[in-house]
Design a protein. Structure first.
Ligand SMILES: Nc1nc2c(ncn2[C@@H]2O[C@H](COP(=O)(O)OP(=O)(O)OP(=O)(O)O)[C@@H](O)[C@H]2O)c(=O)[nH]1
Ligand SMILES: [Mg+2]
Length: 142
């Protein structure tokens, strides 16, 4: 099922994480993709309280058009972004670091140094502390 809502997680009063729909899948009808693309683009342009963007990408298929589009919206708006290469548990350490280096290079040439990237897995918890630190800094939670 395609998630057709923004889901707000209240970390603390006045501090939220917003889960955006990943509209870029082939299974999502073209019309719906266009709707959500326009909505999210507008959201990035208008929502003044945004502090940063976390993009969650499958480490086996990074930097899809959708990912680049989202990163572009954030960077155009002057927001920092951080990419998670998730499902790292599906790859060995060698392949993980190989992908990390390649994506790092690609992100830097496309977006400069306002976009960070790290290896991540919600399964093994690899990289969770690092990701948490990024969000803690953006939201001034510490
Ligand atoms: N092996 C592994 N599976 C994962 C990991 N993270 C998520 N998954 C699995 O991947 C599937 C999709 O995870 P979601 O977190 O719902 O991904 P999503 O991108 O939010 O999906 P949509 O909201 O439907 O676009 C689920 O079956 C998760 O259990 C991970 O780090 N490792
Ligand atoms: Mg989701």
């Amino acid at each position: 099922m395609f998630q057709q809502q923004l889901v707000f997680f209240e970390v603390r009063p006045d501090r939220h994480l917003v889960d955006l729909p990943g509209y870029g899948y082939a299974k999502v009808p073209q019309e719906l993709q266009a709707h959500w693309q326009a909505f999210i683009q507008d959201y990035f342009q208008r929502r003044e309280s945004l502090k940063g963007l976390v993009v969650v990408m499958d480490i086996r298929h990074p930097l899809k058009d959708y990912d680049r589009q989202m990163l572009g919206y954030a960077v155009q708006r002057g927001l920092p972004a951080h990419a998670l290469l998730t499902k790292a548990d599906k790859l060995g350490r060698g392949q993980q670091s190989q992908t990390l280096q390649a994506v790092k290079k690609e992100l830097f040439s496309a977006f400069g140094d306002s976009v960070g990237v790290q290896v991540f897995s919600s399964e093994s918890k690899q990289g969770v502390d690092q990701a948490r630190q990024v969000v803690t800094d953006w939201l001034e939670l510490a």
